[in-house]
Write a protein that binds this ligand. Structure first.
Ligand code: UDP
Length: 234
């Protein structure tokens, strides 16, 4: 597989065309941003952790019947993926109150929720990724009704699979963000699943084991990313 022209560079990843128009190569960087680009830094070897962890998780999700963009891992920072058109939605699942939810609704971080929450943000940096609902998505034609139904079904299925997977590694899945793309007209899971996109708390100590260590200057950032990967590989 030949790595060709770079077609996109995001905050944490670069995407390259290949000699097959149906396949892209994703290359994970160590760059970290938070607060919509307001805080910038690097986390040494984050790219390796996020690439490896995403590959392991996508394989597990495929086995559970959730279609993903994953084709195969090609190096410690690169994965071959199916070319998709990303739906401009950040799909967030919350099992426990944290982050922007706690702030917005005045609920203490760590409070349990009477119901699992699925929420959407409109993926638009210029607007600061505003919270949107189903009607907004349909009215703005960000997805069709069928696509929206598939997104929701897969998002809950990802949550069920990941809650169990992480608990087995001594980690509580507090919340996470996923993104979907269209491949031959079908909705499939794309982007990444990593400590950048999930809140993971140690089951015993409630220690934060995710990007909040970078966002909130909690220290031991690199060590924590390595620890999460080590647990996942066990
Ligand atoms: N998240 C993400 N990218 C974003 C926004 C959120 O991966 O642009 C993840 C975040 O890591 C957390 C979950 O989505 O696991 C919920 O984030 P929240 O809305 O609480 O926002 P935050 O507090 O991160 O600003």
């Amino acid at each position: 597989m030949k790595k060709m022209e770079m077609i996109y560079e995001g905050k944490a990843k670069k995407v390259f065309q290949t000699d097959d128009p149906k396949l892209y190569i994703v290359d994970y960087k160590d760059d970290a941003t938070a607060f919509n680009g307001g805080k910038k830094g690097t986390i040494a070897d984050k790219g390796v952790v996020n690439n490896t962890m995403s590959a392991i998780i996508f394989e597990i999700l495929e086995k559970k019947g959730i279609p993903t963009h994953m084709v195969k891992l090609i190096s410690d920072r690169e994965t071959l993926v199916k070319a998709v058109k990303i739906l401009p939605l950040e799909v967030i699942i919350r099992n426990v109150a944290a982050g922007s939810f706690s702030k917005r609704y005045g609920v203490e971080e760590g409070s349990s929720l009477a119901k699992t929450i699925l929420e959407f943000s409109y993926k638009n940096d210029a607007l600061g990724d505003p919270l949107i609902n189903d009607d907004h998505i349909l009215a703005l034609e960000l997805a069709t009704e069928e696509q929206l139904a598939a997104v929701k079904k897969y998002a809950y299925a990802v949550n069920d699979a990941l809650k169990e997977f992480f608990l087995d590694k001594g980690l509580k899945l507090i919340d996470f963000k996923i993104e979907f793309g269209l491949c031959d007209g079908e909705v499939i899971l794309a982007d990444e699943i990593s400590p950048d996109t999930c809140r993971l708390w140690d089951v015993k100590t409630n220690e934060k084991m995710d990007k909040d260590r970078f966002r909130r200057d909690l220290g031991r950032v690199e060590e924590t990313y390595q620890e999460v990967l080590a647990r996942i590989k066990r």
